[in-house]
Write a protein that binds this ligand. Structure first.
Ligand SMILES: [Ca+2]
Ligand SMILES: [Ca+2]
Ligand SMILES: [Ca+2]
Ligand SMILES: [Ca+2]
Length: 477
């Protein structure tokens, strides 16, 4: 630790030398005198700032504004970061009461230059439990497009009445984002990824579900192929039938380096039937838009007690081969008193030819957390410390947020140490963030990763009183 600090100080000095603003040439060719004011001294390490937005007016023509405030806390995954045709960033939020009506309208927050937001409009679309989203490459068209999946409200009327969710696109063709339902039969859509499955140059939507209503295609992965007119139409036959309702997450990436992306399925629960669908299953494209099962990884490690909520392909060890990182929820090995007691990760290293080794124990310590201490459901990959190695941000939605005015952000930041270990920054005092809570009686509801630019990462949060805020984490060497 001491050696690292000394190195950081040394690098800081070098960086200041290299970045010092030189004396600009004047028009007549002479040079101005050297500046007498020295540049400000940069503190090595992390610098954190917080920007709290003014209170939005949640009044609308659909439901009582108190419902909106209530519904902000239920489904943090229904917070979607988009950029419109005008180049401005927006956060579109799908609030939900989760298990009861009324269904709540989505709304749009426009980001301004100071990292604060203003509520610009409500959208005439509701999602009971928006679970995931992805950007769709617009190809030659100039529109901005995203896909959002919803598993629907979880009414107390029981499983047999579920599901109620759909797959939606959000498209800005110049007049602001419009939502359009893509699926026709309700499903428990849990996760989504986007790739061009049939290599026709148009990106397609691949969404995982945990069940569909009668009349739907009972396969745990659904494909919606993009047509030449931009519509998405379901293709029932791109995979062999899987009568299995337990897929928690789907992702994609070219895992064997042959130029074609594989589809990766990560499972939520064991189906309890005669087939063992494993923890993770990899599907390879055979021909056209046809995919066949290539590899099944067993339900080991946390998969014995938890279900997958997210699958990310990331080359954590920088050997050129994408590895598989899974986020899970369920019971921890320490606490099986209830169905959900914690969250964790599993990591599989890829040798480049679709052979995977579970390396979680060697890379993560711990690899699971009690929801009382730190609750998250999805993670984000970004680089916090400018070393080019992918770090992890656990997108908090509880635990840590039960706080006294300070968030220990470092507990949710796992730094990639040399491609061999992930280490939390929980001891880093620079990452203990004070939040101006005002009259709010509780801490923030959640923290989500928005974007990265060089040394800066932006995080989005929501206070319990409905004020959005941004945390900016800047790193200097
Ligand atoms: Ca396509
Ligand atoms: Ca491949
Ligand atoms: Ca790798
Ligand atoms: Ca890094």
């Amino acid at each position: 630790m001491q050696r690292q600090s000394a190195l950081l100080l040394l690098l800081s000095g070098l960086a200041l030398g290299a970045c010092g603003s030189g004396s600009p040439d004047t028009r007549d060719g002479s040079t101005s005198p050297p500046p007498t004011v020295p540049p400000p001294v940069q503190t090595p390490g992390y610098k954190v700032s917080v920007a709290v937005s003014p209170q939005p007016d949640y009044s609308n023509r659909y439901v009582d504004r108190a419902n909106i405030i209530d519904g902000l806390r239920m489904v943090p995954s229904g917070v979607v970061f988009v950029t419109g045709m005008d180049g401005r960033r927006r956060t579109i939020i799908f609030p939900s009461l989760f298990f009861q009506d009324p269904q709540l309208p989505a709304f749009e927050l426009l980001q301004n230059d100071q990292q604060t937001y203003e509520l610009t409009r409500f959208l005439p679309v509701t999602m009971g439990t928006s679970r995931a989203w992805a950007a769709i490459d617009p190809g030659a068209s100039s529109k901005k497009q995203y896909v959002v999946v919803d598993h629907g409200p979880e009414y107390a009327s029981g499983y047999e009445t579920w599901p109620f969710g759909h797959v939606w696109t959000l498209t800005d063709s110049g007049n602001g984002f419009e939502a359009k339902q893509v699926s026709t039969v309700p499903g428990f859509y849990h996760s989504v990824t986007v790739l061009d499955v049939d290599r026709d140059g148009r990106e397609d939507i691949v969404a995982s579900n945990m069940g569909v209503k009668a009349g739907g295609i009972r396969r745990s992965i659904h494909l919606f192929r993009q047509q030449s007119n931009g519509d998405f139409v379901q293709d029932a036959d791109f995979m062999p039938a899987i009568n299995f309702d337990g897929t928690g997450a789907v992702g994609n990436g070219d895992l064997d380096g042959d130029g074609t992306a594989e589809i990766v399925q990560a499972n939520y629960l064991s189906d309890g039937g005669p087939n063992d669908w494993g923890g993770v299953r990899i599907w390879r494209r055979s021909s056209g838009a046809q995919y066949v099962a290539a590899v099944t990884l067993p339900r080991d490690g946390l998969f014995q007690l938890m279900g997958a909520t997210q699958l990310v392909t990331v080359d954590y060890d920088a050997d050129g081969d994408l590895d598989l990182l899974v986020s899970l929820e369920g019971q921890t090995p320490d606490d099986q008193s209830q169905r959900y007691t914690g969250h964790g990760v599993e990591l599989y290293r890829n040798d480049g030819s679709l052979r995977f080794t579970r390396v979680t124990g060697a890379v993560f310590s711990p690899n699971y957390w009690s929801s009382r201490r730190m609750s998250y459901r999805e993670l984000a990959i970004t680089d916090f410390n400018l070393d080019g190695r992918p770090d992890i941000f656990l997108q908090l939605n509880g635990g840590l947020l039960d706080f006294d005015g300070t968030i220990n952000l470092g507990q949710a930041i796992l730094i990639n140490a040399g491609g061999t270990r992930y280490t939390a920054l929980d001891g880093n005092a620079q990452l203990k963030v004070s939040l101006p809570l005002g009259n709010a009686s509780r801490g923030p509801l959640y923290l989500r990763y928005i974007s990265n630019a060089g040394d800066t990462n932006h995080l989005f949060g929501m206070l319990a009183d409905g004020r959005p805020f941004t945390i900016t984490v800047r790193y200097s060497l």
